[in-house]
Design a protein around this ligand. Structure first.
Ligand code: SF4
Length: 175
């Protein structure tokens, strides 16, 4: 990944950065600001950066990471700052079962709040140990036990406004 992006607050497996197209593109174009257009309209630079992103094999991961971390600077994953800002809120509210299942199977996934709730519900139902859940969610074991107690008390049939708002990843960010 282009080193100009490396200051991002990042989580999880970052090996994908080794396949970032921008790392090479910035050198070839000899333009260190290629992915960081100026505040004024810089359509040519934005257009070129987006074209590079569109053929980048890690575009989706890059975009998800930028949205997770709330990166507000530069073109990331084919989207400008303004474009990311427009989908940020929906992204944070999404509940993607595929990502929850990936976390349950041991993958290092940074879950949204709604996804964490689903994770706890499924973990409690499957009898996953509190220490294991604590490790995945990066919280204390005591907190997990509290979440498990809450899960047991919860009315399963209840539906909330938040649940109506959830979106899958595919609905929030472009393919
Ligand atoms: S999607 Fe764009 S910004 Fe992200 S790693 Fe690929 S080329 Fe770089």
């Amino acid at each position: 990944m282009y080193e100009g992006h490396s200051g991002s607050r990042i989580r999880g497996d970052q090996a994908w950065q080794g396949r970032a197209a921008c790392a090479v593109a910035v050198e070839v174009a000899r333009d260190p600001d290629l992915f960081f257009p100026s505040a004024q309209a810089d359509d040519q630079r934005v257009g070129l950066a987006k074209r590079i992103c569109s053929s980048c094999q890690v575009r989706r991961t890059c975009l998800e990471t930028a949205l997770h971390c709330g990166d507000t600077y530069g073109v990331r994953g084919g989207m400008t700052e303004a474009e990311r800002k427009a989908v940020q809120r929906r992204f944070e509210l999404r509940c993607d079962s595929a990502r929850v299942m990936a976390a349950l199977s041991g993958r290092d996934v940074h879950l949204t709040r709604a996804e964490r709730q689903q994770f706890v519900r499924l973990a409690a139902g499957s009898g996953m140990s509190a220490p294991r859940v604590a490790e995945v969610l990066k919280v204390s074991e005591a907190h997990v036990k509290k979440l498990y107690r809450r899960e047991r008390l919860k009315d399963v049939g209840a539906s909330s406004e938040a649940q109506r708002e959830v979106r899958t990843t595919d609905e929030v960010i472009p393919a």
